[in-house]
Design a protein around this ligand. Structure first.
Ligand SMILES: *[C@@H]1O[C@H](CO)[C@@H](O)[C@H](O)[C@H]1NC(C)=O
Ligand SMILES: *[C@@H]1O[C@H](CO)[C@@H](O)[C@H](O)[C@H]1NC(C)=O
Ligand SMILES: *[C@@H]1O[C@H](CO)[C@@H](O)[C@H](O)[C@H]1NC(C)=O
Ligand SMILES: *[C@@H]1O[C@H](CO)[C@@H](O)[C@H](O)[C@H]1NC(C)=O
Ligand SMILES: *[C@H]1O[C@@H](CO)[C@H](O)[C@@H](O)[C@@H]1NC(C)=O
Length: 582
């Protein structure tokens, strides 16, 4: 027997020995917490009937109650699994368990009972986020953060109770948990969200755990020979001052070229690595691209990229705690993210639900090597019906052209604009470093030179309500700068909502290309937009009062003095999946 296969047979027998002695205790308990805000008066307020008006039709949602982070997405023996943080008792954060759904197409989802709930000393005060690792002998393991009675954050594992069950419905927590407890060098209440583990060519398993030290964000590295005994590496794989707590780190390889994904642990000359973190301080995510050096256990981002708050984001809107996995069936890397609500706590309690998962996105490295591209998985296109087409249509200053024949509250629209001339582009002020500051003062209603042009989504007929998603082109000293906005400021007549004007720059050579594309997935209270083939993505959550269901409209608009052309626009009404956790 080779060393490796001996190791796996020992690991397997260790695991199944635990499986034999541990029984699953399936009771949820009250009380969770740490840096998370608690609303005790709401957290166990269950509802029977949920308000359907703003519920999404084809986004991932359970029938009711609160959800947050996607957990441990994986493809295993023909089935996609999605676990997620879920409050089984109410529509605000609290009582968190790992809910579990399975799918064969990433579109239709079958709900199962919660997979992991607080039950043991090592997770009695909470079962928080984590990841899945499929071992080389094809056994899946979940790593997750448990909180003990002292609220110390521990890294635990769970394994399927029955590996032959195609849904992997029951999970057990072996008795040798926790796998990792914080030592004195680690802040015990800022130590969570283990990544998928990977096996180095030196035979060591590695995983990352998010943390901080004062204001320094940290991804601690842990190593193990047998997956059971873990030691902290001498230094973190990466850290960064003044970024605060790093939640939900995600660390994965991407090929230097092409759109395929790679499994974790792959290294080599033609491979780049991505480190994504979720910043608790800002509630946004950022990522860098760089090189991973397993021999020194370091990840070093390219110094041409911003490593901090102003870094690249997988999504510049309402998007957090994202996690990716490698799909061996299609050779893709797929990323899920959570989009929280933008209404009030009381609104969530009244509607009986809060939180959605965005449409899973394929992720790959842009040919420039300078950023990622993200694009809705092609499976979502199976929901398209009744296509409508608009071609070669000029849209002049102040015009808005309706896209008729689609259910505008529930649709998918792809448009490519051509721009005859950039002469009228407004000057770009070099002081403008933060795109986010620009979209509110320069919204759809502020006339420009080249742009604002784009889509008015979830619009009422009189345009009193609309969520414009648009571009605006500026002329800097030596190049043109393209701004993309998803502006919720006039999305609803309702007061008391969070209505941000989200923004990102789009790294395109607009002078050479003279065209730019936009895709929006519109689904009642969410608009997920992808600029320039997924270079800049923005998700907005909005709650129209007039532009609801059949009263919602979709327009192409231009408020720049330069006319733009719709080269081609395709829009589809979207079917509801047959099964969405029902
Ligand atoms: C809880 O944590 C505190 C602070 O580290 C420590 O002093 C105390 O002994 C812990 N209590 C238990 C029961 O682990
Ligand atoms: C494990 O799952 C398989 C397939 O569903 C089933 O036939 C078998 O009875 C299960 N074993 C146990 C012990 O539940
Ligand atoms: C440890 O983390 C907790 C929770 O975020 C924080 O309140 C505390 O200040 C941290 N301690 C140090 C030394 O950074
Ligand atoms: C275009 O701008 C004008 C004022 O500059 C504004 O009144 C109008 O609503 C804008 N059009 C759209 C579609 O936002
Ligand atoms: C989502 O909700 C809005 C409005 O309450 C907050 O401002 C955001 O911080 C929050 N985002 C996350 C990731 O929690």
């Amino acid at each position: 027997m080779s060393t490796a296969s001996k190791f796996y047979s020992v690991l397997t027998s260790t695991l199944f020995c635990y499986l034999a002695v541990i029984t699953f205790i399936g009771t949820a308990i009250n009380g969770v917490e740490a840096s998370h805000r608690i609303y005790p008066q709401f957290q166990s307020l269950s509802v029977d009937i949920v308000d359907q008006i703003h519920r999404t039709a084809y986004h991932f949602q359970p029938p009711k109650h609160w959800i947050n982070d996607p957990n441990a997405p994986m493809y295993y023996n023909g089935v996609y699994h999605l676990f997620y943080q879920y409050n089984p008792k109410g529509a605000v954060w609290g009582n968190i368990v790992w809910a579990h759904s399975v799918s064969t197409d990433l579109i239709n989802w079958i709900p199962l009972k919660p997979a992991i709930v607080p039950s043991e000393p090592f997770d009695i005060k909470g079962c928080w986020s984590g990841s899945a690792t499929v071992l080389p002998n094809n056994i899946p393991i979940i790593l997750y953060t448990g909180l003990d009675s002292n609220e110390t954050q521990l890294q635990n594992y769970a394994v399927p109770a029955n590996i032959s069950d195609p849904h992997l419905e029951n999970w057990i927590k072996p008795a040798n948990n926790p796998l990792v407890a914080p030592d004195h060098t680690v802040n015990r209440t800022a130590f969570r969200d283990p990544t998928t583990a990977w096996l180095g060519s030196d035979g060591w398993w590695r995983m990352l755990v998010g943390s901080k030290n004062k204001r320094r964000g940290i991804a601690h590295l842990y190593k193990s020979k047998d997956f059971m005994n873990w030691v902290k590496a001498k230094h973190p794989i990466h850290s960064r001052p003044d970024t605060g707590m790093w939640e939900c780190p995600d660390f994965f390889p991407v090929p230097k070229s092409g759109e395929n994904g790679l499994d974790v642990g792959i290294t080599g000359r033609d491979v780049r690595h991505v480190l994504k973190v979720s910043l608790d301080l800002t509630r946004y995510e950022y990522y860098t691209i760089g090189r991973y050096y397993p021999e020194i256990d370091r990840y070093i981002p390219y110094d041409t990229l911003v490593d901090g708050w102003a870094g690249l984001r997988p999504d510049y809107g309402n998007f957090y705690a994202s996690k990716s996995f490698f799909d061996p069936k299609t050779n893709r890397r797929i990323l899920w993210g959570w989009a929280n609500e933008s209404d009030s706590r009381q609104d969530d309690v009244d509607k009986g639900w809060a939180g959605i998962q965005t449409i899973p996105r394929k992720v790959w490295l842009d040919p420039s090597g300078k950023q990622l591209r993200l694009w809705p998985v092609e499976e979502v296109e199976k929901l398209r019906k009744d296509p409508v087409l608009m071609e070669n249509t000029a849209v002049e200053l102040g015009q808005h052209v309706e896209v008729t024949g689609v259910t505008a509250a529930q649709c998918d629209v792809e448009v490519s604009f051509t721009i005859p001339s950039l002469e009228k582009a407004e000057p770009f002020d070099p002081e403008w470093v933060n795109a986010q500051d620009l979209c509110a003062p320069m919204g759809a209603k502020k006339q420009g030179g080249v742009g604002p042009f784009g889509l008015l989504t979830l619009a009422s007929e009189d345009l009193e309500e609309a969520t414009p998603v648009f571009f605006r082109v500026f002329k800097a000293d030596t190049k043109y700068v393209v701004l993309m906005c998803s502006d919720a400021s006039s999305s609803s007549l309702k007061e008391g909502l969070y209505k941000p004007s989200f923004a990102g720059f789009v790294n395109v050579d607009i002078e050479a290309e003279k065209r730019i594309s936009l895709r929006s997935l519109i689904d009642h209270s969410v608009v997920e937009s992808f600029g320039a083939g997924g270079k800049t993505c923005i998700t907005s959550r909005v709650y129209p009062t007039k532009a609801v269901d059949g009263e919602a409209h979709l327009f192409v608009f231009n408020n720049g003095t330069e006319a733009v052309h719709v080269e081609k626009l395709s829009a589809w009404s979207m079917n509801r999946p047959l099964r969405m956790n029902n």
